[in-house]
Every structure is written in structure tokens, then in C-alpha cells.
Design a protein around this ligand. Structure first.
Ligand code: ADP
Length: 495
């Protein structure tokens, strides 16, 4: 095994990356390149699908060159990808009939509004676990079939294929031999019935999407075909959408385990086991992965403004020069200052769902300084995370036993300790923060027997575990204060 490696492909929204990972779990090479974002009109976002394949495969080669390994040394490839982004191509020519429509693209927002106004939102939610939104693939496929000349006829004749980026990459990498995806990516299309584990005939009918254009859906650890490089057939054995791959990379392998990524916003997923939990708080129910003949589910929620609030302190209020200084500033705050910052800059998401809310600072007194405001802003990241985790626990009936974290803002030790305090469970920061790529690599390595689950558990080294030290009463009171503050921001724009 020692001279064998896993190559992880991480096809993101702005860049293509490839990583070479050794049996020890060490990342021995990384290649990364940004690619062009296409903005044809306001609210529209596209990628060139052929360009993505070209750049991505170049990164695979670059990473292998950097690591100084040959094709026969690659045990398997694992793929993780930006989710929901949709490509439609001609099966006979292998050419896309239109650019990839990216998850951020809003051109089908009206279509989604129409579905909702016709009263179908619940029906979609009960089948797909999703909230009807232009974010997901379904209405993007519809748009392509309706707007590209000849598309509808080709689709009716069974000559078109659609796919999320994993599917498109695999199609190209296997020379058109495989039209395939995994459960986690299928669950983001808004076309897949996550309960029955099949493409949903009722939805396909409503949206007039022919069944023939859809890929086969398989477990996330599976034989997805092979990529021939320098006359060597390299097996593709792992596939998962980026957030699910990160959940797997963080080894949230038991129900109640969750990960939170602290970036510009926060992205949170909680594994809920083999049972799909419907949300009453507007969270998404999604498939985490398929593994060992079973399908595991997750609840997903996001905080819109997290690290972005720290950027606001830095750039808007000019409290400091770099985000990392927020930590020392917060540590200078007077204890028990009672200041709360609610960064509802563009409304509040889950579980409040109020687009009329706006940001506010509460509890200011004559001695309030930038230190208290900074601390309260950092606290708001932790409170918003708690809001969503509380909703996840109430939706699933599963209780959180720890929170695994990654992303830029996790380097802030004050924030991590406060997060543990306010949740009342340990917050665990891993040494290797490449959780997304590692998740794809693990899925591939498990399938070939390169790693066992026990070996993977040993690979994931912990950098630091933050254990709650706050007194129970203080935790309750602090959170009550936050909820009171949020309440006062709701509906602000309406008055
Ligand atoms: P993204 O992938 O969304 O760009 P990153 O994971 O790179 O995000 O994290 C960057 C975000 O984290 C920025 O919004 C920044 O304000 C915040 N951030 C970075 N370092 C710190 C820190 N030490 N303390 C608090 N926030 C931080």
C-alpha cells in the first residue's frame, strides 16, 4: 500500500482542485486553479462545462507530477463537487447544449414562485426534503429544455443527458461509458424522491422532464467506472456533494454528529441516521451518503451572515486590520457587558425566516467600546449556530453530542470556546481542515479496501477540543438574551 495513493478531485464553485493523499492520510500534493465565472445577465451565473473538465483534469495531472507519482500508483479517485449546478449534453456528441447553470443562478426564481403559488411547495418538500428554490437543479433543467432550440425534441428522442458536476465529470472521464451519480448529489436536484430512493415520477411529470435524461443513482462508495490516464485504468470509487463530503470527512458517522463550516456564512449538517427527518423549521432534509448497502440522511441549515459580520467590523466599522485581531479585541471586553449584536443584515434565516429583520446592537451603555461590540459579534456566530442546531435536534429527535468544525473563523479560539459554552457540548477542531477533499478520498479508499473505517478514524487527528465550562444558568440566561434581541429585530422593515 505504501506506494499507492488516493487522488481527490474537489470541483468547487470558483476553482478546481486535486489532492494526492497517502495511506497515512497525509496530503502530499495539492494543485488548484480558478476558472471563469460567466455572468450573462444580472442574477445569472454560468460555467463552461468543457472548461471545467479541462482545468480539473489538468489539476489531477499537476498534483500527480508534484507528488511525483505515476498512474499505476493511484489506487482510486474520489470526487466531491459544487452541488446543484446543472449540465445538459448530447449523448451522441458528448457536447453540452448550454453552459452549466450554477447553483447561485436566479433565472428560475419566477418559475419557483409559480410552483409555490400553485400550492405545490409541500408536495415537493414531502418528496425531496427540499424547499422549492431556484438553487436546486430541477428548474435549471426545465429552463434549458424550454429555451435551447431543439432541446425538447432531442430530449424526447432520448438523446440528451443531464447531470450535476460529478455526473458530467464522470461521463467525460469514462469516455461516455457512465451516466451516473450518487445519492447525495441526486438529493440536491429536487427531482429525486429521498424517501423512495427513486427519481420522482410525479415531479418529472409536473416539470415535463423526461426520465431518459437522468443518471443512474448509486451509493457514494461505489464502482463509478474508470479514468484512463497514460494507458492505466484508474478506478473512480467515491462521489459526494461538497457539504456531504465534508460531513463524511469530519467523520460524522453516527446519528447526532454534526459539522459546521464557519466561512462567510455557516454551513451546518447533522447526520440523522437511516431515518429521514422532515423539518418544521424550514431546514432541508437531504441524503448524507449511501454506504455499506444503507442510506444515511442529514438535516442541513445555513447561517447567512457569519464571518461576513467580522468583515463588517473590519471594513465597515474599521475596528481592526485583519479578522484574526477580533480574538484579542474580544478578550479585552468587560465581563458581563450584556451587549448583543444581531447581524440580520439581509433578514434572518432558519429558524426565524424573516426577510424584514435588520441588524441591531442592543444593551449599549456609556462604557461600551469596540471590544464589547466585537465580542458580541463573535458571539452572534455561536448563537446563530445554536439556533439551527436546536431546530435540528427538535426536527430529528436526535441530540447533538459534539460539534465538528472547520472553515476560516475556526482559528478564533475565543469563538470556539464560546461556541462550546453556549451549546453545552464539546467543539472539535481537526488538524487537517481539508475536510471536503478528505471525505471524497475516504469514500473512494473504503470502496477499494485501501482504508478500513478503523484506519480512517485514526487518520483524523484532532487539533483541539473545546470543552464547555460555562455554568448552566449562565448558558440559559445568555441564550435568552440573544432570543430577546432577535425578536426585536424581526419585522423591522415592515413598520
Ligand atoms: P469562505 O470560504 O466563505 O470565503 P473562509 O473559510 O475562507 O470563508 O473564512 C473566511 C471568513 O472567516 C471571513 O468572513 C473572515 O471574516 C472570517 N475569519 C477569518 N479568520 C477569522 C478569525 N480569526 N476570527 C473570526 N473570523 C475570522
Amino acid at each position: 500500500m505504501s506506494n499507492k495513493y488516493i487522488v481527490a478531485i474537489d470541483q468547487g464553485t470558483t476553482s478546481c482542485r486535486a489532492l494526492v493523499i497517502a495511506h497515512s492520510g497525509d496530503i502530499i500534493a495539492t494543485a488548484q486553479k480558478e476558472f471563469t465565472q460567466i455572468f450573462p445577465k444580472p442574477g445569472w451565473v454560468e460555467h463552461d462545462p468543457e472548461g471545467i473538465v479541462r482545468v480539473q483534469l489538468q489539476m489531477v495531472r499537476d498534483a500527480m507530477t508534484q507528488a511525483d507519482i505515476a498512474s499505476h500508483q493511484v489506487e482510486a479517485i474520489g470526487i466531491t463537487n459544487q452541488r446543484e449546478t446543472t449540465v445538459v449534453w448530447n449523448k451522441s456528441t458528448g457536447k453540452p447544449i448550454y453552459n452549466a447553470i450554477v447553483w447561485q443562478d436566479k433565472r428560475t426564481a419566477d418559475l419557483c414562485e409559480q410552483i409555490k403559488s400553485e400550492g405545490w411547495a409541500d408536495e415537493f418538500n414531502q418528496r425531496t426534503g427540499l424547499v422549492v428554490d431556484s438553487y436546486f437543479s430541477a428548474t435549471k433543467v426545465m429552463w434549458i429544455l424550454e429555451h435551447i432550440p431543439g432541446a425538447r425534441e432531442l430530449a424526447d428522442r432520448g438523446q440528451l443527458a443531464m447531470g450535476t458536476i460529478d455526473t458530467w465529470l464522470i461521463w467525460k472521464m469514462t469516455g461516455g461509458n457512465q451516466h451516473i451519480t450518487d445519492y447525495s448529489n441526486a438529493s440536491r436536484t429536487m427531482l429525486y424522491n429521498i424517501y423512495k430512493l427513486e427519481w420522482d415520477e410525479w415531479i418529472l411529470d409536473r416539470l415535463q422532464i423526461p426520465r431518459s435524461i437522468l443518471p443512474t443513482v448509486k451509493p457514494s462508495s461505489f464502482d463509478f467506472g474508470h479514468y484512463e490516464l497514460d494507458n492505466v485504468k484508474i478506478p473512480i470509487r467515491g462521489v459526494a456533494g461538497d457539504q456531504q463530503a465534508a460531513l463524511f470527512g469530519q467523520q460524522c458517522l453516527e446519528p447526532g454528529m454534526a459539522k459546521n463550516t464557519y466561512g462567510t456564512g455557516c454551513f451546518m449538517l447533522m447526520q440523522t441516521g437511516e431515518k429521514a427527518s422532515a423539518s418544521h423549521n424550514g431546514l432541508l432534509t437531504t441524503i448524507a451518503w449511501g454506504l455499506d448497502g444503507k442510506v444515511y440522511y442529514a438535516l442541513e441549515g445555513s447561517v447567512f451572515i457569519a464571518g461576513a459580520a467580522i468583515q463588517w467590523l473590519r471594513d465597515g466599522l474599521q475596528f481592526f486590520q485583519s479578522a484574526s485581531e477580533s480574538e484579542s479585541s474580544a478578550l479585552r471586553a468587560t465581563p458581563d457587558h450584556g451587549v448583543y449584536v444581531v447581524p440580520a443584515f439581509a433578514g434572518m434565516g432558519a429558524p426565524y425566516w424573516d426577510m424584514y429583520a435588520r441588524g441591531a446592537i442592543f444593551g449599549i451603555t456609556r462604557d461600551t467600546t469596540s471590544a464589547e461590540i466585537t465580542q458580541a459579534t463573535l458571539d452572534s456566530l455561536a448563537y446563530q449556530t445554536k439556533d439551527i442546531l436546536e431546530a435540528m435536534q427538535s426536527d430529528s429527535g436526535v441530540s447533538l453530542d459534539r460539534l465538528n468544525v472547520d472553515g476560516g473563523a475556526t482559528s478564533n479560539n475565543y469563538l470556539m470556546q464560546f461556541q462550546a459554552d453556549i451549546l453545552g457540548v464539546p467543539v472539535v477542531r481537526p488538524k487537517v481542515t481539508e475536510t471536503t477533499a478528505m471525505g471524497a478520498a475516504y469514500l473512494a479508499g473504503l470502496e477499494t479496501g485501501f482504508w478500513s473505517k478503523e484506519q480512517i478514524a485514526k487518520i483524523r487527528a484532532i487539533d483541539r477540543e473545546f470543552v464547555p465550562i460555562m455554568l448552566e444558568q449562565q448558558r440559559i440566561d445568555s441564550y435568552k438574551g440573544w432570543q430577546k434581541a432577535v425578536k426585536r429585530t424581526l419585522g423591522w422593515m415592515k413598520d
